[in-house]
Ligand binder design. Structure first.
Ligand SMILES: Nc1nc2c(ncn2[C@@H]2O[C@H](COP(=O)(O)OP(=O)(O)O)[C@@H](O)[C@H]2O)c(=O)[nH]1
Ligand SMILES: [Mg+2]
Length: 367
């Protein structure tokens, strides 16, 4: 029976990724979990601790804490080294640029998680510029690359407007460990600070600790959490959450979901069921299906985007853990390959380590 399931699941993954060489999602999910070293809290509860209270205090903009741009730049420093560092070595001081230069640049981009399809596009655009004699020296190539990246990011970028519906329902999805619950906590804090009334729904009922983790975030940012017992039907919690959001006139309802793909073959069915319930209770909802991806997983994040996009109507992406990874180039790959806007980026575990994605700011910090 177990064998049969595995076979079915593998077919399912192959069907969605269109290739058998992609890592199966079970491995994807596993790798996510291995990435976060379990500390005492994790061992105790089987889940990750929310940010320490100090972080919350920090968010009240202590003068000593560097601004978001500085932290973004610092977070992206490994990506900067591996991508821009190598580009500089190739280009700086170059008096003459030719097809060979662009070939070498292509290799750097592919190995820096920009993704094959996007790299081919970017280099194609640079070749056009070369033909038009616009690339006189190395500096010009670097500037052109920056422009081409920015224009691709800007083409798909759009900030999430939560004012268009009330309650505005955000369904948060993604595999285990990518940072869904943490992102929800940060979002709840952000929206509350904007004066909005927020309500959270703990629909990851698969792990008791997951509900608890969301509740802790709720307490910290002063937002109510609708929950059921561990193991309850997620759709039933979502039903109650929607009812409560309407009755209490909440502006925003954020639904946390389970992501244990390797033990829940029918996860996609569960997500569809949740979606149907939301839609019945809140016309037009969910208004945003936010896929959370962990930047540190690089190409795995792309396979996850592919699977979820086809099965779950993803309308936006939150890219977490851009701090401390060399795989930040994945932002460009996701935006230009999937044409799904990156709404938010996460650069740390603290409550104020999440921001609206700003392509201009991102490219400035990266370069
Ligand atoms: N460094 C870093 N860690 C993050 C970020 N977002 C989430 N995390 C951590 O990733 C781990 C898993 O997060 P969690 O929200 O429980 O993931 P979930 O299983 O998708 O709900 C936790 O230890 C979080 O603190 C981020 O932007 N940067
Ligand atoms: Mg969670």
């Amino acid at each position: 029976m177990a064998e049969e399931k595995k076979g079915f699941f593998k077919n399912f993954v192959d069907k969605f990724t269109g290739t058998a060489s992609q890592p199966p999602v079970e491995e994807v999910a596993d790798s996510q979990e291995k990435q976060t070293k379990p500390g005492f809290f994790e061992k105790l509860t089987g889940t990750a601790p929310p940010a320490p209270v100090d972080d919350l205090a920090d968010s009240q903009d202590k003068p000593s804490k560097p601004g978001f741009f500085e932290r973004l730049r610092k977070g992206l420093s490994k990506t900067h080294e591996s991508l821009i560092g190598r580009i500089d070595t190739l280009l700086l001081g170059k008096k003459k640029v030719d097809a060979e230069t662009l070939e070498e640049l292509e290799e750097i981009l592919v190995t820096a998680d920009i993704g094959l399809a996007t790299t081919v596009e970017l280099v194609g655009a640079l070749e056009q510029r070369l033909k038009r004699n616009e690339l006189q020296d190395g500096e010009a190539v670097k500037n052109a690359l920056k422009e081409e990246m920015l224009s691709r990011l800007e083409a798909t970028s759009s900030i999430l407007d939560t004012d268009s519906y009330s309650p505005f329902v955000i369904m948060v999805i993604g595999v285990n460990g990518v940072g869904k619950t943490t992102t929800i906590g940060k979002l709840a804090s952000k929206f509350t600070a904007e004066g909005k009334k927020v309500l959270l729904v703990a629909a990851d009922t698969f792990r008791a600790a997951a509900v608890e983790q969301l509740e802790i975030w709720g307490q910290r940012v002063g937002v109510d959490v609708i929950r059921h017992k561990h193991g309850a039907d997620p759709a039933a919690v979502v039903f109650d959450g929607c009812k409560a959001a309407v009755a209490r006139r909440a502006d925003i309802l954020i639904v946390d979901t389970a992501g244990r793909l390797h033990t829940k073959v029918n996860l996609m069915e569960e997500l569809k069921k949740i979606r149907r319930v939301v839609n019945r209770e809140v016309p037009g909802g969910p208004h945003e299906t936010l896929l959370v991806l962990d930047a540190a997983t690089g190409q795995n994040a792309l396979s996850q985007a592919k699977i979820f996009k086809e099965a779950a109507d993803v309308t936006g992406i939150a890219l977490t853990k851009l701090d401390g990874t060399a795989k930040g180039g994945i932002v460009v790959a996701i935006s230009s390959e999937f044409k799904i806007p990156v709404r938010y980026i996460g650069i740390g575990e603290g409550v104020d380590d999440l921001r609206d994605f700003d392509p201009e700011q991102f490219v400035q910090a990266l370069f």
